[in-house]
Design a protein around this ligand. Structure first.
Ligand code: G3H
Length: 482
């Protein structure tokens, strides 16, 4: 979709493989293909977005708020009709379970409606005169220009749209490159994008980052890089921009969220939350619990019961009822997880659940590793998959010190019951991360709450409220009392 036109692609294509085995069900291995775009197409989309923005004088950035809202409403109405198709792609492309795929779709629709409401509220609040020291002012929120938007494969719809929707509604023009996995699910939405927004407001490209996203950044015409994914890609893209000082960054990056289980924790609850926290969508979430700190006095019981629960999780295809673990979209992921297991094993840890590390074609069963130490790769690396490292601690200062030393700072889960212990801990934890979850696992939503991180975990804040502000600038019209 370039400059309002759905172009027919005649060049080279790249096949898109399903994460589901070709032998299972009726699945074809190849689900479809995408255009392998390069420099020429990169330049074409950037020019389309620049022309539609036209230095803030284009139809879209100057359009009345109410009319922009109508376009967005039109889009979401059309989008709702694509639910079953998009859900099917979520299952086949990235292996997300049926209930989670449906949740991702519905959450996105709700996100768009909530964004519209928040935008109306923002506009109402801005359209007021204020007066200070004889100067009358009317503050507004204006767009910033051209946004390059790149979303992650684990939430190819919902998280991508948490960038795309606020960027568009605030009057920017956008270039969007879908993630490598979860790319075909954008196809059913192309017509809705094309018919809801003026030409050039949203432009969609496909291909490898280095082929198509690099020329876009090198052009120097991107004003905002909005990316949810890994720091390596974010830094590489940022470095290509010839004038980095002018580039605004909105980034959701890696995390290594810990759970701290205190001696008086409700163990049933802590174990259940740690299961969901570590293994929901096979641990492929930036908010997943990626390391567990268990007080030494309860470690033996916690480990035994946790390992048993992990082994009891059902593995299957995403549409199967009650399925918890599903095939992994990244072909190389099981080998990477195996490397982490082997490394930890060599350095003194054991897989403490019976099924841990069992392999099938595109899966590796979650491995619970204990005891972990700082020499091990799994202590440092964001595994983003089914392996769970566990450490014990004697003194609460030990996990706190580790968190302070960590390169990441997104969230933490704290399990315990004594308010006298918990209350002062919270005051420390909120200065190490951005969200403290009490007796519950880490998560991004509800989308009204700020979603961000310290250190290498994020740049800028997402949430409906914050994103509208991140993708805009505060301007005002002033007049003097004469
Ligand atoms: O991958 C990171 C996502 O932001 C996780 O979102 O906590 O809603 O699963 P979630």
């Amino acid at each position: 979709l370039v400059n309002g036109e759905l172009k027919k692609w005649t060049g080279e294509t790249t096949p898109v493989f399903s994460t589901i085995s070709s032998t299972a069900h009726y699945s074809p291995t190849v689900l479809g293909s995408i255009p392998a775009m390069g420099e020429a197409e990169g330049n074409e989309v950037v020019d389309a977005a620049v022309a539609a923005y036209n230095n803030g004088q284009g139809l879209w950035p100057t359009m009345k708020v109410i009319d922009r809202i109508k376009c967005m409403e039109n889009f979401v109405t059309q989008m709702k009709a694509t639910r079953s198709e998009v859900v099917k792609y979520l299952m086949w492309e990235i292996g997300k379970s049926l209930p989670d795929s449906e949740k991702e779709f519905d959450r996105t629709v709700e996100y768009i409606y909530d964004t519209i409401e928040d935008y109306k509220e923002l506009d109402r609040n801005n359209a007021r005169f204020t007066k200070s020291q004889g100067v009358n002012a009317m503050v507004r929120r204006g767009p910033l220009g051209v946004v390059l938007c790149l979303g992650p494969y684990n939430y190819p719809l919902n998280e991508t749209f948490s960038l795309l929707i606020p960027a568009i509604i605030m009057g920017n023009t956008v270039i969007f490159k879908p993630a490598k996995h979860g790319v075909l699910l954008i196809s059913p939405l192309l017509t809705a994008f094309q018919t809801s927004f003026p030409k050039g407001v949203i432009n969609i490209v496909y291909g490898r980052g280095r082929d198509v996203a690099s020329p876009i950044m090198k052009s120097g015409k991107v004003d905002i890089l909005a990316l949810i994914g890994n720091s390596k890609s974010a830094i590489a893209l940022q470095d290509l921009h010839p004038n980095k000082n002018r580039l605004r960054l909105i980034l959701g990056l890696e995390a290594k969220n810990p759970a701290i289980i205190l001696p008086d924790a409700d163990l049933d609850l802590a174990i259940q939350e740690c299961i969901t926290g570590t293994l929901s969508f096979n641990g492929q979430r930036c908010t997943a619990l990626k390391i567990l700190y268990v007080h030494e006095s309860i470690a033996a019981e916690f480990n035994r019961r946790f390992a048993e629960k992990v082994d009891a999780l059902p593995f299957g295809n995403p549409w199967e009822k009650g399925v918890s673990l599903t095939p992994l979209p990244e072909k190389e992921k099981p080998n990477y997880i195996q490397e982490l297991i082997d490394d930890a094993h060599e350095k003194g840890a054991n897989v403490i659940n019976q099924k841990g590390g069992q392999r099938t074609e595109n899966y590796i069963f979650p491995a619970v590793l204990f005891p972990i130490n700082k020499e091990m790769r799994v202590y440092h690396e964001e595994q983003f998959g089914p392996v769970i490292p566990i450490l014990t601690f004697k003194d609460i200062q030990e996990p706190l010190n580790d968190m302070a030393e960590s390169n990441y700072g997104q969230q933490v889960s704290l399990f315990g019951q004594d308010i006298k212990t918990i209350a002062p801990l919270i005051d420390t934890l909120v200065n190490l991360v951005c969200r403290v979850n009490l007796n519950s696992s880490c998560q991004r939503g509800p989308d009204v709450y700020p979603f961000t991180g310290r250190k290498d975990s994020a740049v800028g804040t997402l949430s409906i409220h914050d994103a509208l502000r991140s993708f805009s600038i505060r301007t005002f019209v002033a007049s003097k009392d004469n």
